[in-house]
Design a protein around this ligand. Sequence first.
Ligand SMILES: NC(=O)c1ccc[n+]([C@@H]2O[C@H](COP(=O)([O-])OP(=O)(O)OC[C@H]3O[C@@H](n4cnc5c(N)ncnc54)[C@H](OP(=O)(O)O)[C@@H]3O)[C@@H](O)[C@H]2O)c1
Length: 296
Amino acid sequence: MDVVTGAFSFTGRYVAARLLESGREVRTLTRRPRGESPFGGRVQAFPLDFSDPAPLRGVDTIYNTYWIRFPDSSTSFEDAVRNSVALFDAARAAGVRRIVQLSVTQASGDSPYAYFRGKAAVEAALAASGLSHAIVRPTLVFGDGEVLVNNVAWLLRRLPLFLLPSEACRLRPIAAEDLAALCVEAGRDEDNVTFDAAGPDELAFEDLVRLVRDAVGSRAAVVHGGARTVRSLTQALGFVTRETLLTADELRALADDLLTSGEPPRGTRRIADWVTANAAFLGRQLATGDGRPWPK
Ligand SMILES: NC(=O)c1ccc[n+]([C@@H]2O[C@H](COP(=O)([O-])OP(=O)(O)OC[C@H]3O[C@@H](n4cnc5c(N)ncnc54)[C@H](OP(=O)(O)O)[C@@H]3O)[C@@H](O)[C@H]2O)c1
């Protein structure tokens, strides 16, 4: 029996599917109603109560995907760190053998970005917890249910112009299936490990935008807009759509090449193949961070 936090969400769904395929029983901790389960009754759902050891009793491994993209009135990054630590304490109390923690490439206590500092704090807390663990640090994850590439496609389908934030923005995207396979493999081991989960291709964000534009048949002009202009436009689009498309920090982190990796690729699936295979669906609907249909 394993637990996946967020098994009805994006990455957690792929991890849960992989575990079920390999014959494991799966529970999830989630805020989502049972009705949103893509697994029918095969995954037992419990409320996302970080400090409750009860649903963790009899569990071998926890695959923890829990995190927030940006702070809001109810949860800060400091809260997200505290919640993660509470989950580790509950896991220890329940006798869980191992934690596979989804982190991010280039998580660092010195990062200028609260997201990456928070991830480093969670990694440090897990390392100090005494629990057997694997820390898996993905780059940009692509697959059914992801937000960024889909919303790039959504914009390209509707606007005559796509403004790029900067010249740089290198990415090494990894397929959600590949990431899930790495997580499940890491869950079976005993050793404490930390590794990046990156795909086979490094490409510039501009290349990704052009790839998506061609695949979805958009004629939008793709031009460099300068970071400040792009931030203002993204904010304006957020105001119109009432969705946080990209935060200022996410744009800066992208420009700082934080979603790439110097480690050898561990994923094999190529983002160009995925974009081509999913071109008919990409960007038809705006993807919302919480998976609810837009407009809400
Ligand atoms: N997606 C990427 O490209 C990417 C890249 C690098 C690292 N990562 C890391 O990989 C992990 C999974 O990412 P993901 O994109 O798959 O995330 P996700 O599906 O949006 O969310 C993952 C989990 O966090 C929970 N969650 C999100 N916001 C919450 C909030 N405000 N309050 C309480 N719970 C909240 C979700 O709960 P529910 O089950 O209730 O929805 C879900 O369990 C995260 O740790 C993320 O930092 C992702």
